[in-house]
Design a protein around this ligand. Structure first.
Ligand SMILES: Nc1ncnc2c1ncn2[C@@H]1O[C@H](COP(=O)(O)OP(=O)(O)OP(=O)(O)O)[C@@H](O)[C@H]1O
Ligand SMILES: C[C@@](O)(CCOP(=O)(O)O)CC(=O)O
Length: 466
């Protein structure tokens, strides 16, 4: 029996560059977190159900921290005859596409899981992998990905039982789908591609996870969350969207071969042009990145549509604003790196970073006011002002698309500052003047800054769940 494998990928915070990063002219400053989504993969020995055909491979995916979260997929394979190997491979790929079906253990489907399986298995077939043994995949998420509720029960092994359905859990905006798609992609590649050796093929995983995530998400994102899940914290410049558009729909003729060419970057006229600079982003050890969950979501695709519409109608004004925010983002990145390199030589010296952050925030508020999209809404301004007034707090932002999801803070790495912040959040209550939008409880998440991307884990850690 083959030994199980486990892999994990981290969450992200788009600290600056929300909306700008959708345009290749700009970059996003993406900070990494130590909250991860893990995937454990093992052989699945399952007795054949009456009448079941041997050419069907079953793949079970489960998310045991949630109720009713088990999905069974079946993949049909045509027999491969040596004489017509290439042809058969192509047919297999097609049959895989039409016949990867979800047998519902659970009434609901899981679009991100299903799309990832479809993309990775199609890619593997096109790469010549011809035999797939049944496997069982167990997804485990670190606690910070979802808001705490009365049903959450902490476990001794560090994993919580959320005690509710996945659809009822409130996400905290750390990029659960990107971390999930990335660790699932990596687990399937490591399990079924036997020649990858010890080192995970990061670029392959990145390109494939971007393709699957983009398809499942409805092609709206810049892909910064998948880049962070694979490579960790980075300065991110997106890829040209046409690179993935060329792959087409999974049901279309020749999809798997096009996916293979795209993922392995073999299209001469459409090379991957994503820029991921991991070394450009550092947080000095004297600072902590803290995430506060506001538990009152925003609808990112709607905000993206409205901001882009405003930018299109006001190109001159928008460009000025976008360039000014970009400048702020560059200054912040350089300021943080400089302090990280001084590493303790200069104990104070956070004023410059604090000033830059406050300039960025005022530009983002200008973006909000002009576009009428609540990127930093009034309640969040109040919350950020209150948090950053605590002695030892350096500054903060409404990360990513902003809105009512979360705030991200940089504070001095001192337990007293964290305690004071917690005390302030405990009593925090706000109501937005005019619109009447109020935010509920604000909670400090356990997640802190981290740099590592996708990685192997000790597979014995998941013994209680798999
Ligand atoms: N633990 C999990 N098990 C299985 N599927 C999950 C899990 N966590 C997330 N997912 C999948 O990801 C989807 C949520 O993705 P979505 O992009 O809406 O959120 P997010 O990535 O956490 O948010 P954001 O992009 O704002 O950070 C779920 O509907 C589900 O398909
Ligand atoms: C608005 C956008 O630039 C950032 C969205 O970030 P988040 O999902 O709110 O963390 C969209 C994107 O880049 O995918």
């Amino acid at each position: 029996m083959r030994s199980p494998l486990a892999l994990s990928a981290p969450g992200k915070v788009l600290f600056t560059g929300g909306f700008l990063v959708l345009d290749r002219k700009h970059t996003g400053l993406v900070l990494g977190l130590d909250a991860r989504i893990h995937v454990h993969i093992e052989e699945w020995e399952r007795e054949a159900v009456n009448g079941e055909q041997s050419h069907i491979t079953s793949i079970l995916v489960q998310s045991p921290q949630f109720q009713d979260a088990k999905w069974l997929y079946e993949m049909r394979e045509a027999a491969i005859e040596k004489s017509s190997f290439v042809q058969q491979i192509k047919e297999n790929v097609r049959s895989l596409l039409t016949d990867l079906s979800q047998k519902s253990f659970t009434a609901s489907s899981n679009k991100f899981v299903e799309t990832t399986l479809r993309y990775v298995l199609s890619y593997l077939k096109a790469r010549g992998v011809s035999s797939f043994t049944p496997s069982k995949l167990t997804i485990m998420a670190d606690e910070s990905y979802y808001s705490q509720s009365e049903t959450t029960q902490a476990g001794h092994d560090g994993f919580a039982n959320f005690g509710c359905k996945l659809s009822e859990a409130h996400k905290t905006g750390l990029g659960s789908s990107a971390a999930l798609v990335t660790s699932l992609t990596a687990a399937l590649i490591a399990w079924y591609m036997h020649d990858i050796g010890q080192h995970l093929p990061q670029h392959l995983i990145h390109n494939l996870a971007q393709a699957a995530h983009c398809a499942a998400q409805g092609k709206v994102g810049s892909g910064f969350d998948v880049a962070a899940a694979v490579f960790g914290a980075c300065l991110y410049r997106r890829f040209t969207p046409a690179i993935l558009e060329a792959v087409g729909e999974p049901a279309s003729e020749g999809f798997a071969e096009r996916l293979h060419l795209c993922v392995d970057d073999l299209n001469v006229d459409q090379k991957w042009d994503v820029e991921i600079s991991s070394h450009a982003v550092q947080i000095p050890r004297q600072l902590l990145l803290l995430m506060c969950d506001v538990d009152c979501g925003s609808e990112t695709p709607g905000m993206v549509r409205n901001i882009l519409a405003w930018r299109k109608e006001n190109p001159v004004e928008a460009d000025l604003l976008w360039n000014a925010i970009q400048q702020g983002s560059n200054d912040l990145c350089q300021g943080l790196t400089r302090l990280a390199q001084l590493d303790g030589i200069e104990q104070d010296g956070f004023e410059e970073v604090a000033d830059t952050l406050s300039t960025i925030r005022s530009l983002v508020r200008e973006m909000s006011a002009k576009s009428h999209v609540p990127v930093e809404p009034e309640v969040i301004t109040e919350l950020l002002d209150s948090c950053t007034a605590i002695p030892g707090a350096v500054g903060g932002v409404a990360p990513g698309a902003g809105g009512y999801d979360a705030v991200a803070l940089l504070v001095q790495n001192d337990a007293r500052v964290v305690k004071e912040l917690e005390a302030r959040l405990d009593t925090w209550k706000a109501r937005e003047a005019g619109t009447g939008v109020s935010i509920g409880k604000v909670r400090l998440l356990k997640a802190r800054q981290a740099y590592e991307g996708v990685r192997y884990e000790d597979a014995t850690r998941y013994a209680n769940w798999s």
